[in-house]
Design a protein around this ligand. Structure first.
Ligand code: PEP
Length: 253
């Protein structure tokens, strides 16, 4: 049995006041969630606040990115060890916004996966195709290339230390969600690809869906056999929406 995970990716949103409110809202509603793991990934500067508010609760927190380097003259970067210093469990790597806006290619993402593991973090490793790639029929090729980059660098067993998030780029922040069938097909493809290397790792691997997930569409996505939770952007900024998705994941477990 894979425990569902719903993780909130807050992106570059929030203020001290709004983050405090959001954390309080999530904490006060989490009592209804017993089977689903619920995590949040605030912007770096709010991680100490998340740590202060969430320590002693069941809610882990994480970063949205980390440096490929361990320390040194890398102005503006944040190392994995700094995230663990502040109690982070997770870190997102390879989000499509990092890939497209900041030029992170498969090699950089794989290196980030490696340094995250080395720091003791669990990577939330994002993969996904663009609309153009889907329409040209190369979705599986793209996903295979992205997944293989980590397998080739770190070995398939390394996937046991993280989770994969399938996030079709055309569904992120657009209000367009993949149909449960479209998502299931890609999730099953990812699991099969991993199983070609190691069946146990594939069976235990949590594969999250991300892309305009909301309380209204979460249950049908979570009902699919290879969808083990969600990586949530916009809806993670409102406690009632985020908790509604967590409840759907909880009910699916
Ligand atoms: C994301 O950015 O990881 C994401 C899934 O965003 P949204 O839920 O807003 O589509």
């Amino acid at each position: 049995m894979r425990q569902p995970l719903v993780a909130g990716n807050w992106k570059m949103n929030g203020s001290l006041a709004s983050v405090d409110e959001l954390l309080a809202g999530i904490k006060s509603g989490i009592g209804d969630i017993s089977k689903c793991e619920v995590a949040v990934c605030p912007p770096f500067v709010f991680i100490p606040l998340a740590q202060a508010e969430l320590s002693g609760t069941s809610i882990p927190w994480g970063g949205q990115n980390l440096s490929t380097e361990e320390s040194g003259a890398f102005t503006g970067e944040v190392a994995g060890s700094m995230l663990t210093d502040f109690g982070c469990t997770y870190v997102i790597v390879g989000h499509s916004e990092r890939r497209t806006l900041y030029g992170e290619d498969d090699a950089v993402v794989a290196r980030k996966y490696a340094v995250a593991r080395a720091a003791g973090l669990k990577p939330i490793f994002c993969v996904g195709e663009t609309l153009e790639e889907r329409e040209s029929g190369v979705t599986e090729e793209v996903i295979a290339r992205q997944v293989d980059a980590v397998i080739d660098l770190e070995g398939v067993e390394s996937l046991g230390d993280g989770v994969i998030a399938y996030e079709p780029v055309w569904a992120i922040g657009t209000g367009v969600t993949a149909t449960p069938e479209q998502a299931q097909d890609v999730h099953a493809f990812i699991r099969k690809r991993v199983a070609e290397h190691n069946v146990d790792v594939a069976d235990n691997l949590r594969i999250l869906y991300g892309g305009s997930m909301k309380p209204g569409n979460a249950a049908e996505l979570m009902a699919k056999p290879d969808i083990d939770g969600g990586l949530i952007g916009g809806a993670a900024l409102k406690p009632e929406d985020f908790l509604g998705i967590c409840k759907a994941a909880d009910d699916s477990a």
